[in-house]
Design a protein around this ligand. Structure first.
Ligand code: GRF
Length: 226
């Protein structure tokens, strides 16, 4: 719920295929998730996710990063567009731009990101190949609050998948993506219900500091010690 008691107004930022966006669309349609998906914004004019948004009847916007000389001016343009929709929550769903501290501060504690690794392992790119190369038994994805530290904000939910002996980066990425579609709407649902918040540099669930991210067991999310 937003401060006014209405549904959580949400902006989803994408750069590409938007399968996570689709998971949000499906979960709000089915009633599992009570979000007001007000706008989908892309930094690329050609992003398959924009078509998903349009066919779901969600307003779309494009702010091409190439049209701006630097990150600061690009982020100022993003803020100007997003603020028109008065978002309570910003969901980064495959948004492939690094955001400046000005953007992060503007929406402080109200930005989620999803990163395809079991953070703090493998921030940055090529996470699937790095997990394979390291011989990891498990890989997965993490939803976290976005802060100024790239892929470094407080973790909220993780979902894991086993790394198979014959996995390629592509096969592993496919299984991780399926888990992402489960955990990301669940994190947003916790936020929308008011149970999950960002405070003092940490994630809090039911007013308890989350020292470790919640774990998705294939059906539910639970804390590690449960
Ligand atoms: C996901 O793997 C996500 O973890 C990463 O970008 C990818 C987005 O995929 N941040 P999609 O556009 O939602 O299909």
């Amino acid at each position: 719920m937003s401060k006014s008691g209405s549904r959580t107004s949400t902006a989803v930022l994408i750069s590409g295929s938007g399968t996570n966006l689709q998971a949000f669309i499906d979960a709000t349609r089915s009633g599992e998730l009570d979000l007001d998906l007000r706008v989908v914004l892309s930094n690329k004019r050609v992003a398959a996710g924009l078509a998903r948004a349009r066919s779901a009847g969600i307003r779309t916007e494009c702010v091409e990063h190439r049209d701006y000389p630097d990150r600061e001016r690009f982020d100022a343009a993003l803020i100007a567009v997003l603020d028109r929709f008065e978002p309570d929550l910003i969901i980064l769903a495959g948004f492939m731009r690094i955001l400046t501290p000005v953007f992060i501060d503007h929406y402080a504690g109200r930005i989620f990101n999803i990163h395809p690794s079991l953070l703090p392992r493998y921030p940055g790119l090529d996470t699937h190949q790095r997990a394979i190369d390291a011989g990891d038994a498990w890989h997965g994805s993490t939803v976290h609050f976005a802060t100024e530290e790239l892929d470094g904000g407080p973790r909220v939910i993780q979902g894991r998948v086993p790394v198979m002996p014959d996995d390629t980066a592509e096969s592993l990425a496919g299984r991780v993506l399926e888990i992402e579609h489960q955990i990301y709407p669940r994190a947003a649902a916790l936020y929308a219900s008011g149970r999950l918040r960002y405070r003092d540099g940490a994630a809090w669930l039911d007013d308890q500091k989350l020292e470790e991210p919640l774990q998705f067991d294939g059906k539910n999310v639970r804390s590690r010690d449960q």
